[in-house]
Design a protein around this ligand. Structure first.
Ligand SMILES: [Fe+2]
Ligand SMILES: [Fe+2]
Length: 429
């Protein structure tokens, strides 16, 4: 088995890399938490691959490791994650350390392991997972077994952690192993704080957390855990709005990090609707909280990017989605509204705006016409959604803001809408 040296200081990131590299590529990994440990582990034994955080604290770790390799004339592949200085001899670099597919592919290619070999890798029928990973899971996605084959927990049931010791292994069927690894990974990413992440990783964590939350809300409903994750995700979305004075830069960052359409849509709607509320004369901080809340939750019932792309009756009718998905898309406004209705301290009236965000009073289906009796806040949201759709159609650039505003004015010719649209003239791309 190839021995990999991982140099990383964030304990949650370390766990994420360990479980993914072991499962997907079959690597044995030793961990160094800083430059000194890294250099000493490197000097102590033959290493087949190094995965190294570029910068830890003020130390340019990747540079130091690169110099050590060069001075010993070693050609060990060096794969660098995160932001910092990259030595010229690096085998690969990945600014977004949460791009796990990139890390896995990079590690495999550095070791000459092909995708086919990864798929063909022989795996025991009962796949062992260190029990400590289940500290982060409350409802496992698959059945869990003890070593002697006794079922400890059924899929999606509440886990009773008193059934084993943390230094044990639990077992899952080999067919479920990637599912459980992805679940552990999503839970660990969900526990990363924004301050532990660079801007690329923060976008990636946002995508992952939004998906995790949506899945949990639909399967478990509202509870302490889902509410905490929702709060955290909303804060992160608003932080991204603040961090990027130009929308184009945020879009670029999301595209670079392969954030899915659904998340990009949610992020941009948040950006635009907050922009409107901040630039109209009746906007207040409470209104900002309300519109950010609505933006975050309005499509939370959707599961996939292809569901999120559907914006009209006709698109839904001609879509090739299975019936179950079509029904979900049709009802997603209603489902989200019902959820928000039960959400503790949800802003007043948020559920109603979410229910009607596709123009239907009962939240089922799509309408091309919005009723004349929409509240001002509902108009803000409808305009923000349509503007977002236009932006994402052009997201690969260049974006001509003036052109998009003109298009928007044609779609919503009445004066109540036009007044709101005025504020979009100042969006910086
Ligand atoms: Fe939407
Ligand atoms: Fe929607």
């Amino acid at each position: 088995m190839a021995l990999t040296l991982l140099v990383e200081n964030n304990p949650k990131m370390i766990e994420i890399y360990l479980i993914n590299l072991a499962t997907y590529v079959g690597l044995e990994v030793i961990v160094a938490k800083n430059k000194t440990e890294g250099l000493s582990l490197l000097a102590g034994q033959p290493i087949d691959l190094i995965i190294c955080r570029a910068k830890i604290g003020s130390d340019e770790v990747a540079l130091a490791i690169g110099e050590a390799l060069t001075s010993k004339a070693l050609s060990t592949p060096l794969f660098i994650i995160g932001h910092g200085l990259y030595p010229a001899m690096a085998h690969g670099t990945l600014p977004n350390g949460l791009d796990l597919r990139g890390v896995i592919k990079g590690a495999a290619s550095a070791l000459g392991i092909t995708a086919q070999q990864m798929v063909d890798k022989k795996v025991e029928d009962d796949f062992p997972v260190p029990a400590r990973y289940f500290e982060w899971i409350n409802y496992p996605v698959c059945d869990l077994f003890s070593k002697d084959g006794k079922r400890l927990c059924a899929a999606l049931e509440k886990l009773d952690r008193s059934l084993w010791k943390t230094d044990y292994f639990l077992y899952v069927s080999k067919l479920d192993r990637l599912k459980i690894v992805d679940q552990v990974t999503a839970e660990l990413v969900g526990r990363l704080e924004d301050k532990e992440l660079n801007p690329d990783e923060s976008i990636q964590a946002g995508t992952s957390n939004y998906g995790l939350l949506s899945h949990k809300l639909m399967s478990l409903g509202l509870n302490e855990e889902t509410i905490a994750l929702a709060q955290k995700s909303m804060v992160s979305l608003r932080r991204h709005v603040k961090a990027y004075p130009k929308l184009g830069h945020l879009l670029q960052r999301m595209l670079n990090n392969q954030a899915g359409y659904l998340y990009r849509h949610t992020q941009v709607v948040t950006y635009i609707s907050l922009h409107i509320v901040r630039n109209i004369d009746w906007g207040t901080p409470e209104q900002e909280d309300k519109i950010a809340f609505i933006s975050f939750f309005h499509d939370i019932a959707l599961e996939t990017d292809s569901q999120a792309v559907v914006q009209s009756k006709e698109e839904l009718r001609t879509s090739k989605m299975p019936i179950r998905e079509k029904t979900l898309v049709e009802k997603h406004a209603q489902v989200a509204a019902e959820l928000v209705h039960k959400y503790p301290h949800a802003p007043m009236g948020a559920d109603q705006i979410i229910r009607q965000h596709h123009g239907m009073l009962n939240g089922i289906g799509f309408s091309d016409h919005f009723g004349a009796n929409l509240s001002p806040m509902a108009i803000v949201f409808v305009v923000a959604e349509e503007f977002t759709r236009l932006i994402l159609n052009k997201e690969h650039g260049p974006i001509n803001g003036k052109e998009l505003v003109r298009e928007l004015r044609e779609t919503f010719p009445t004066s109540r809408f036009q007044k709101i649209i005025d504020s979009l003239e100042q969006v910086a791309f």
